[in-house]
Design a protein around this ligand. Sequence first.
Ligand code: ADX
Ligand code: SF4
Length: 278
Amino acid sequence: QAASISAPDLIGINHLWIYRSVGKVEVEGFEQLAKELDNASPLEIMDKALEKFGSDIAIAFSGAEDVALIEYAKLTGRPFRVFSLDTGRLNPETYRFFDEVEKHYGIRIEYMFPDAVEVQALVRSKGLFSFYEDGHQECCCVRKVRPLRRALKGLRAWITGQRKDQSPGTRSEVPVVQVDPVFEGLDGGAGSLVKWNPVANVDGTDIWNFLRVMNVPVNSLHSQGFVSIGCEPCTRPVLPGQHEREGRWWWEDAKAKECGLHKGNLKEDSSAQFNGNG
Ligand code: ADX
Ligand code: SF4
């Protein structure tokens, strides 16, 4: 039987087409801006981001060395917002650090929490450590990705601390600014959210030099051998010479080490936009 297309389908197709074309123009505009800003300093990039998006942009702060983003934002002299995804499984040191950061900068972090019913369902059916058995994706989806999606729905742009040197496998092509390949912003649809990565081209060593020079408070876990910091059960210290990513989800394959916050970095996933994954 031949498939028939009804009027509402056609309207749907038109909408999709309009979104796609708007998205494309935007993507090209931001690709150009990324080229222009590729050699700019993180401070200049931060300034541009805050100037363009005002109160519709926020820094995504994980509670690790990405505190540098907050310092850069402060240095611009512009108002800025910060949000964190409180998964409920962070280290006690990270919670203390959030508090210290709030006091140091005189800010309130906009915490995002997982949906209580979803966490209950997961933990009641699979226990507290299911990620060691069947991978971190399901738990990360409930505790991080969905709360992130909710946060981003209220914004037009976000700022992350992603760096190329954090993961040769998945982050080596992170641009300083891009149209978010996965998530939607306030207006919905493709092209409705911009993702800024002001430290994409900066080395970890330079971040640490900056934090020291500026006397910025840091998470006390760093002095216990932790480099990359996420949730307590999924983060461990690394040995000298080990890559920082080996301290995250160490029981899984290196290629799977994106929790869904930045899954647009995974080439095979970029076609999975807006499909409700994660
Ligand atoms: S992750 O995807 O593997 O967890 P990573 O720890 O490398 O990410 O952090 C990269 C950037 O993602 C951080 O600088 C921050 O912008 C954002 N991010 C990661 N975890 C959180 C979190 N819990 N809350 C807010 N932003 C986060
Ligand atoms: Fe769950 Fe671990 Fe992901 Fe945290 S990092 S949300 S504990 S799987």
